[in-house]
Design a protein around this ligand. Structure first.
Ligand SMILES: [Zn+2]
Length: 382
């Protein structure tokens, strides 16, 4: 009989405790905005002396700054000094190549405000030439930041491991490519690379309108991507494919769907969710149909999506499911039907129904999430 070895936590060294406390301070400032050292200490459960020492280091590093006395009403007596994340001394660089190999990038402040957005409309070349073009694009953004850059986050299609190796991204002709290390060597900065749907999930968690701390993000474009954040952390899964729902069988022969028999998927099987829900296939299917037929078709697709999502909700108990893609297709009957079917398929007294809706970040979610990768890897935020 095989005895599985349980992972044991490493010994808690003083430096670990300090890093943990430092991340807690930064997270609190990121989520709660400016506050006094005493309020920070109270919220986190640390002594004011410990918080003051951490803040002092963070001010020296240009990550936190003092704002001056608290002038808000209701703070009588000696007014404490407020501290906040620093907006102008450090930047992060975010790059997204979701859109069919078109590069989109931005420098961002530590509070996630996008500055200096830029887009390279020329198609990214395949293979090594694509890595070279990506490097030049990152260098250009770093130069334009004008202040020190903490790190670079890259959102890419394909299967990506937790340490930034692209297992496969066939549309980019990248296979077993340690993109994170290659870019770190070339840019001389910390780089974090992740799958675009995972980045979108992080973006929705940190800057979208999600309620809880577990988010399933579904990107609908040329195909379907899925990413998962639980407890504020990305979930990669055993083969780096957690959240990928594209090739779950969603329709079978004789299920009464308006499309009749299930069609062949790019994966070689029939009836996958991606055969119903990718943007090009859905647009082609709706072409030339009247309003009533169009609504019936979109409703039927939404019902299949809701049915696919039900076991995911039952297993993971996610708080939010956020769909991004073409709103003219996904909004209205499709998302309404998905929500209703999901409610029908799970047992409400066991599973709290998640919020299911369209992304407020829209197609910016992967780019914003690439910025969050840097906040997370360098500062422990969010
Ligand atoms: Zn398939």
């Amino acid at each position: 009989m095989r005895m599985r070895q349980f992972q044991r936590g490493e010994l808690s060294l003083p430096t670990h405790v300090r890093d943990f406390n430092r991340a807690a301070v930064l997270q609190r400032l990121f989520r709660g905005g400016p506050m006094s050292r005493a309020d920070l200490a109270r919220h986190i459960g640390l002594t004011k002396v410990t918080v003051s020492a951490l803040i002092s280091d963070l001010v020296d590093e240009g990550v936190v700054r003092e704002l001056g006395p608290d002038k808000r009403p209701g703070t009588p007596g000696k007014r404490p000094t407020l501290v906040a994340l620093c907006e102008d001394q450090r930047r992060i660089v975010a790059v997204d190549l979701t859109r069919d190999g078109h590069l989109s990038g931005a420098t961002m402040t530590l509070t996630g405000e996008s500055m200096d957005h830029s887009r390279l409309d020329a198609l990214l070349p395949l293979g090594d030439a694509g890595v070279d073009a990506l490097t030049r694009f990152c260098r250009d953004l770093i130069d334009r930041a004008r202040v020190p850059v903490l790190g670079v986050g890259v959102s890419t299609p394909g299967v990506v491991t937790g340490d930034g190796t692209i297992v496969k991204a066939p549309k980019r002709d990248w296979f077993d490519l340690d993109l994170q290390s290659v870019l770190e060597d070339r840019l001389r900065l910390p780089v974090t690379v992740a799958n675009d749907a995972n980045c979108a999930a992080l973006g929705e968690f940190a800057f979208g309108e999600t309620d809880g701390d577990s988010v399933l993000s579904i990107l609908v474009g040329d195909g379907i991507g899925g990413g998962l954040v639980i407890g504020g952390s990305l979930v990669h899964g055993s083969t780096s494919a957690a959240g990928e729902i594209a090739h779950i069988t969603a329709t079978t022969a004789g299920d009464g769907a308006p499309w009749g028999e299930p069609t062949l998927c790019a994966c070689g099987r029939r009836g996958c969710l991606e055969t119903l829900l990718s943007e090009p296939l859905l647009r082609a299917a709706l072409d030339g149909r009247g309003d009533a037929e169009r609504e019936a078709w979109l409703t039927a697709v939404g019902e299949r999506l809701g049915a696919v999502l039900a076991p995911v909700v039952a297993v993971l108990d996610v708080s939010d499911i956020v769909i991004s893609g073409p709103e003219d297709l996904l909004g209205g009957p499709l998302v309404d039907a998905a929500r209703a079917t999901l409610a029908d398929h799970v047992w409400p007294s066991m599973n709290h129904l998640p919020n299911l809706g369209l992304s407020r970040l829209k197609d910016r979610a992967p780019l914003v999430g690439a910025g969050v990768l840097v906040l997370s890897s360098t500062l422990g935020i969010p």
